[in-house]
Design a protein around this ligand. Structure first.
Ligand code: IVH
Length: 680
């Protein structure tokens, strides 16, 4: 443990270097070298050292990604060099015409091309000074955008500090912010479960996430960024697009590995065809390819018309919509009993893929668009996103179309269906509904939960219908023989499944909590609960108020957790998991009730010197305390910084103990020592 400030500073720098390297490996190169637990260990150590030595905290530290208070509105920023747009072509003839236009302007020159994907996200520009990210702005009009620095800092594939000695003193890179499709679908599923409106597509969601006034919200979104150009640089830079991107990759930016330099337009066309074939396997939205003249010298000779450079073109993919007949509307029952209507379509080709089913989200969606069974409907597919029905072709109606009504009984178990007030979702009230059990078990075994490989949809269905299991706790009683007797299961796979079930007992507590399938408790929330409580029993005993006090846990989640643990069936389920040897405690965390400041309400007021407000609040929470907004009789302590106003007056009147920042830090350190440094 580093004890002198000098040692601490050295260790802090070393930890930052390590974390940057592992962030780069994980978020940029997609090839992690250490486990999540080891990474968390490095982060924890760095956080702790920085808390002990707040003066050593720098804005480019990996701990400072989420910093800053919500803002009222974004500042407008002028782009020193405008961000351009792109001309479009839709077929090979138009593409060749583009090349001919260029040839006429630069006769005798040989053109090499650089091919990239055309990402469907939000364009942003990042400015670096002395290696450090100092500004992130949206494209906006191209000449003026919005300052979204605090939000872009939370995007993990954006380096807060660039690596290597050959970075120019000041430069700007440009690229696209994307919302990964699998995470987008997950987010929508969660929102749907909660009865919230779902988002239309990953692009709008990426844009909406970047334009949040509260960086905490942006931080909770798994945004990603591909860099596609150098905006400007003070100092030396390469003179082709291909070298520029390779160089930016070395500086730590995420560059798409699919980019290709090609020698002819025919090769560029092949790049387009290949990318079209692979489009559905991509986890981000793309609506074409961008073909650029590789040489910057030729780019300058070709110039720009209006906003569009002559030296680059977007070769767009064919439209992704089609019209077909809506034969029926089916209902799918989810793990929390949510009834989701889906469209059964006359099979139709949408950009090369046959679509038979499409989502209809919920009853309101169907009503608002007046979608009727028998309608001719417009279907849309965007990348890998589940196809959706956009709406009916009203002119094509014959009068034979039928209006849709949500069923009054659950199609799976026949029990009552209710639509809770204020929600968009109908739910089956029967907790033992077989559809719900199956979904719940599938959730339990899924990778982010208990990671029991080899138990797919059909195995779960067979196990349930054979009466071998009724819920996920029954998984732990399965034998190799029982599994081997199932369809599509050999002895070897049966052995693997048993091993996977065995191994799942060791999953961290956060995964176990997530696996329970408590409504509104996503993987991240579950991890947080595990960190705060460290013990299933303590979590089960937590009051609603106590849960709400945890930062980032709102009243809806708190109520859901509280209610879940008040249900006898659920408690029995947890008990059976415990008996099966599933992890119920996390070693090394101090339960919240045992923390030195448990239950203490502490009000921070005025400007602190060393700590930001958020850091100070985080320190209070980490020791079990609760940052309060106003001084009341319940307030245990007031920490007053410079220019403290009415809160200080009120504290004096109520005779609440008042301390300054130094004393606060001293007490923090003292309290930390009491916990042996194990407080979270
Ligand atoms: S280059 C040449 N490269 O397309 C100037 N742009 O219509 C254009 N885009 O707002 C920038 N992928 O956000 C470039 N590989 C790529 C791109 C790309 C997507 C977007 C960009 C811009 C829009 C221009």
């Amino acid at each position: 443990m580093a004890s002198t400030p000098g040692e601490a500073s050295e260790r802090i720098e070393r930890l930052r270097g390590l974390i940057r390297r592992h962030d780069h490996l994980y978020y940029v190169l997609d090839s992690p070298e250490i486990t999540d637990a080891d990474y968390d260990g490095l982060m924890r150590e760095l956080r702790r050292l920085e808390e002990l030595h707040p003066a050593l905290v720098t804005p480019d530290s990996p701990t400072q990604r989420v910093a800053g208070e919500p803002s009222e509105r974004f500042q407008t920023v002028r782009h020193p060099v405008p961000l351009l747009s792109l001309g479009n072509v839709f077929d090979a003839a138009e593409l060749e015409a583009w090349e001919r236009r260029m040839m006429n302007l630069i006769p005798g020159e040989e053109i090499d091309y650089y091919c990239e994907l055309k990402y469907d996200g939000l364009a942003v520009a990042l400015t670096y000074e002395d290696g450090v990210l100092v500004r992130g702005a949206t494209r906006g009009t191209g000449t003026e955008g919005e300052d979204v620095t605090a939000n872009l800092r939370t995007v993990r594939s954006i380096p807060l500090r660039v690596t290597g000695p050959d970075a120019p003193r000041r430069f700007e890179v440009r690229g696209e912010i994307l919302f990964p499709i699998d995470r987008f679908e997950q987010l929508n599923r969660e929102r749907e479960e909660r009865g919230e409106r779902t988002y239309a597509n990953p692009r709008n969601t990426a844009a909406g996430s970047v334009r949040q006034l509260d960086p905490q919200i942006t931080a909770s979104r798994p945004l990603d960024m591909y860099v596609y150009s150098l905006g400007w640089a003070e100092g030396d830079a390469p003179d082709t697009q291909s070298e520029t991107l390779a160089w930016l990759g070395r500086l730590g930016f995420k560059i798409n590995p699919d980019n290709r330099p090609v020698a002819t337009l025919a090769d560029a066309r092949r790049f387009y065809e290949d990318s079209l074939d692979r489009r559905d396997s991509l986890n981000y939205g793309c609506d074409g390819v961008v073909i650029k003249v590789d040489s910057f010298r030729l780019q300058r000779l070709l110039g720009v018309v209006g906003r569009e450079p002559r030296w680059a073109i977007a070769y767009k993919y064919p439209a992704e919509q089609a019209t077909t007949r809506l034969n029926d509307i089916g209902i799918n029952v989810g793990r929390t009993g949510a009834l989701n209507p889906y469209a059964v379509l006359e099979p139709v080709q949408v950009s090369g893929v046959t679509v038979k089913l499409a989502t209809l989200h919920n009853e309101d969606y169907v009503r608002e668009r007046d979608i009727r069974i028998g309608d001719l409907v417009q279907v849309q597919r965007a990348g890998e996103v589940i196809p959706q029905v956009l709406g009916p072709v009203r002119e094509a109606r014959t009068g034979a179309e039928r209006e849709f009504a949500m069923p009054e009984a659950c199609p799976e178990c026949g029990q009552t269906v209710l639509r809770p007030e204020g929600e968009a979702i109908h739910r089956c009230v029967n907790p033992a509904c077989p559809a719900q059990s199956a979904e719940l078990i599938k959730h339990y075994v899924s990778r982010p939960a208990m990671d029991i490989d080899g138990v797919g949809e059909s195995i779960v269905a067979q196990l349930l219908s054979a009466g071998l299991i009724r819920d996920f706790a029954d998984l732990y009683g399965l034998t190799e023989q029982q599994l081997a007797d199932l369809d599509r299961m050999g002895e070897k796979s049966a052995r693997n499944v048993v091993t996977a079930i065995e191994r799942s007992r060791e999953r961290p507590l956060g995964n176990v909590i997530f696996a329970l399938g408590i409504r509104h408790v996503g993987a991240e929330t579950a991890r947080l609960l595990a960190e705060r409580y460290g013990d299933m029993e303590l979590l089960a005993a937590a009051s609603q108020e106590e849960l709400t006090d945890i930062h980032t846990i709102g009243p809806v989640v708190a109520e859901s957790v509280f209610t879940w643990f008040r249900d006898e069936e659920n408690l029995r389920l947890v008990e059976r998991l415990r008996e099966a040897g599933v992890r119920m405690r996390e070693e090394g965390t101090v339960p919240i009730g045992d923390l030195p400041w448990a239950g203490m309400e502490i009000v921070l007021t005025g400007r602190l010197q060393e700590l930001s407000r958020t850091q100070a609040e985080e320190l209070v929470r980490s020791l079990g305390g609760k940052p309060g907004r106003s001084v009341t009789k319940r307030t245990a302590l007031v920490v007053a910084g410079a220019e403290a106003g009415s809160k200080l007056d009120r504290a004096q009147r109520l005779e609440t103990p008042i301390i300054d920042e130094d004393e606060f830090m001293r007490r923090v350190n003292e309290a930390r020592q009491q916990t042996g440094g194990a407080a979270v």
